[in-house]
Each structure stands twice: as structure tokens, then as C-alpha cells.
Design a protein around this ligand. Structure first.
Ligand code: HEC
Ligand SMILES: [Cu+2]
Length: 379
């Protein structure tokens, strides 16, 4: 497995993204500059080696002439070159790291785990060690790891980003050339690191639409998140009709949250992620400590957490009033809420009782919700 990968490794990868040209220009400039410096240093060195070799008739009387000019030149020119490289490199870096405003940007979730890449698309597609993207369209990757530090690298896109446990890192790219390109894990992550490889396939828009419209019977990520939200008993506490005191999550996303230690945090993806896995880390003001919310760490994986985050984000697109209005006429999904009594959440026995994670409303020991099907393996 590893050998063929190395065999195929081209000296210069394809230029298949909007970033590739800029990165290569800088790279080849640095290579040429380095060659130039080597020539400037080694050329005179060999010349003097030859000129002052033992027994040569060269004039060896010490110089008495004093001047500061060469010193200024040999310090000043490299300084200018170095600052120029810095400015150029910083510009390219800023371009790579700043998400462009693209209204049609696609968001793709990537989860690294020993030793594979798990990909979820907003429309609901899930892939393993594969990533399908349309050509000429901005793609935003939101990435995390389920275990150790990985690094998502696509040489043909000149893209490389660390993927960290307990954190969402983002990276964007725009593929400019149809084809199939290698995905590598660029961070030594254990025994199977060399096998943590995959393929990104760049499709034309028509092919991509065909691809996206096939096999999404599990629904969008938001829909899956909503199912999990009920199946895991979150709605038992956070639902509108809940008897448990828990903050409403409607309109949460992107807004500041007052914490019990007097600080404010903005409810971003990571905050929601940590609220689910580490509820005691940041507790909403007047809801603790300790929080009655059980930790879901070890019960659900990063894929499920991401689906829940997407669902909670979708609630945040509206103000609470708008959200209610949205759902009045539609007769849609929020009316199909499983009654809260069906998933009695833990912690109901007493407000200070710290429910152990094992007693949490896992799919295994919670009354099965009709909407919950165990995690599909529809890769
Ligand atoms: C036992 C009741 C209970 C259950 C079950 C529960 N929560 Fe909570 N949750 C709370 C309480 C109470 C808080 C406020 C205290 C805190 O910050 O931990 C909270 C806080 C949160 C917050 C932060 C809210 C804010 O306003 O900042 C999020 C996000 C959240 N929960 C999501 C979930 C999700 C997703 C689930 C299901 C996987 C879930 N909760 C299950 C009781 C619960
Ligand atoms: Cu890895």
C-alpha cells in the first residue's frame, strides 16, 4: 500500500487550485534565491581557496584600507531581500487563511481518526477517504479530530491544515482543474499514519449535481442533527415544553452567552461542541455549577457532534420570534417533537445530582425513539 503511493509521488504536484500558482511562484523564487546565495558564497570561496592555495605566489600583505561600505551593503541587501520575502509570504499566507466571501461556498466537515478521513457534506453525503467537490467553487472545510493531531493535506491544492482534537479548524480552497488528487495525512499520527490517505475528486458542476442528488436518504446534516437531538434526549431538557430548567438553544448561535463566572463567550461552533462534550467547562449563568447537563463524551463521536452543532446553528439563523413564525405555517419538523416524557433526561431526580455519563440518554438505554436509527454506514 505504501510503496505505490511513494512511486506515484510526482516531483511537482499538479496545480489544481486557485492557490497553487501563488504558492509555486513564491516557492520557485525561494529556490532560485537560495541558488543565487549559494553561488555568491561558494563562488568566491572556491576562488580564494584556489588563489591563496599553499605555495601560490599571491600577495598576502594585510589590507590597511578601512571602510564601512561593504559591511552596509552585505547587511542591507539581505535585510531588504528578507523583508521582501516576509511581505510576500505573509500576503500569500493571509490569502490562504482568509475565507473569501463567496455566497455559493460549500461547507464540508472533515473528521480525522486513526487512520482514516471521514467526510460529511451539508446535503447529507458521507464519504470515507474520499472527497467530491465541484470545480470553480469555494469549499470551506471545517475539521476536527477524534483522537490525535492529524493534518489534512492535498498537495495538488497546496493545502495543508492541522486537524486537532477538541477544536474546529477551517481551511478553504477552490479547485480549478477536474481530476482526482491525493489526500494525505501530513502529521505522523501513529502506526497506520502512512495508510491515512484518500482521494479528492473534482467534478464539473453537472456531474457534481448528479453526485449530490444520489443517496442522501439519511437527510441533510441539519435533519440528522435534529433526529439526534431528540434521540439523545437533548429535547427533553432544551425543548420548548421541557420541565427541566435548561436554556433554549433557539437563536443561540453567534450570540454572546453570559457564563456563571461572569464572563461572556460567543456561541460559536466550538462553544456548542464543548457544551455537548464538556458541559462543566463553561456553564451558562444561573444554571450551575454544577450543570445538570450530562456529558456526551464517549457516547457520540465527532460526526454526531457536528450534526448536532449544525442543527443548533440552524436554529440560530433566526431570532426566536422568527423561528416560531417559520414553523407555524409549515407544519414541519418541530411539530413532530417526541413528547419530552418519552426520553426522561437524567438529573431529574434532583438538581444537584450529577448524572453519570453511563446513565445518560444513550441510544442504547433510552427508550428508542422512532426517529433514531443507529448510525448509518452508508459511505
Ligand atoms: C439534563 C438536562 C439536559 C440534557 C439532557 C441536555 N442538556 Fe444541554 N444544557 C442543560 C443545562 C441545564 C444547560 C445550562 C448549563 C450549562 O451551560 O451546562 C445546558 C447547556 C447547553 C448548551 C449551551 C447553551 C447556552 O445557552 O449557552 C448547549 C449548546 C447544549 N446544552 C446542548 C445540548 C445538546 C446538544 C444536548 C443533547 C446531546 C443536551 N444539551 C442535553 C441541560 C441539558
Ligand atoms: Cu493522521
Amino acid at each position: 500500500m505504501n510503496f505505490p503511493v511513494a512511486m506515484e509521488l510526482p516531483l511537482v504536484p499538479d496545480q489544481a487550485s486557485s492557490m497553487a500558482g501563488q504558492v509555486d511562484l513564491l516557492f520557485w523564487f525561494l529556490v532560485l534565491l537560495t541558488c543565487g546565495i549559494v553561488a555568491v558564497v561558494f563562488g568566491p570561496m572556491f576562488f580564494f581557496l584556489y588563489k591563496y592555495r599553499k605555495g601560490s605566489p599571491a600577495d598576502r600583505t594585510p589590507d590597511t584600507f578601512r571602510t564601512w561600505i561593504p559591511e552596509v551593503i552585505w547587511s542591507g541587501i539581505p535585510l531588504l531581500i528578507a523583508m521582501g520575502i516576509f511581505a510576500w509570504g505573509a500576503t500569500v499566507y493571509a490569502h490562504i487563511k482568509t475565507m473569501p466571501d463567496a455566497a455559493d461556498a460549500l461547507e464540508v466537515n472533515v473528521i480525522g481518526k486513526q487512520w482514516m478521513w471521514n467526510v460529511q457534506h451539508a446535503e447529507g453525503h458521507r464519504e470515507l477517504n474520499e472527497l467530491h467537490v465541484p470545480v470553480d467553487r469555494t469549499v470551506r472545510l471545517v475539521m476536527t479530530s477524534q483522537d490525535v493531531i492529524h493534518n489534512f493535506g492535498i498537495p495538488a491544492f497546496r493545502l495543508k491544515q492541522d486537524v486537532l482534537p477538541g477544536r474546529y479548524t477551517t481551511q478553504w480552497f477552490k479547485a480549478t482543474k477536474l481530476g482526482r488528487y491525493r489526500i494525505f495525512c501530513d502529521q505522523l499520527c501513529g502506526m497506520g499514519h502512512a495508510e491515512m490517505v484518500g482521494w479528492v475528486t473534482v467534478l464539473n458542476p453537472v456531474e457534481y449535481n448528479e453526485w449530490v442528488n444520489v443517496g442522501t436518504e439519511q437527510g441533510t446534516l441539519v435533519a440528522r442533527g435534529e433526529r439526534l437531538f431528540r434521540a439523545l434526549g437533548c429535547s427533553g431538557c432544551h425543548g420548548e415544553n421541557s420541565q427541566i430548567r435548561a436554556p433554549s438553544l433557539v437563536g443561540l448561535y453567534g450570540h454572546p452567552v453570559p457564563l456563571d463566572n461572569g464572563e461572556f463567550v460567543t456561541a460559536d461552533d466550538r462553544y456548542i461542541h464543548d457544551s455537548i462534550l464538556l458541559p462543566q467547562k463553561q456553564i451558562v449563568m444561573s444554571y450551575g455549577p454544577p450543570s445538570v447537563m450530562p456529558s456526551y463524551a464517549g457516547q457520540i463521536g465527532e460526526e454526531e457532534v457536528f450534526q448536532l452543532v449544525q442543527y443548533i446553528k440552524s436554529l440560530g439563523r433566526y431570532t426566536p420570534d422568527e423561528y416560531l413564525r417559520q414553523n407555524e405555517g409549515v407544519g414541519g419538523q418541530t411539530q413532530t417533537h417526541v413528547p419530552t416524557t418519552q426520553n426522561p433526561p437524567p438529573g431529574t431526580s434532583g438538581p444537584t445530582a450529577m448524572p453519570s455519563p453511563a446513565a445518560g440518554p444513550t441510544p442504547q438505554n433510552a427508550p428508542p425513539s422512532p426517529a433514531f436509527s443507529p448510525q448509518p454506514t452508508s459511505y
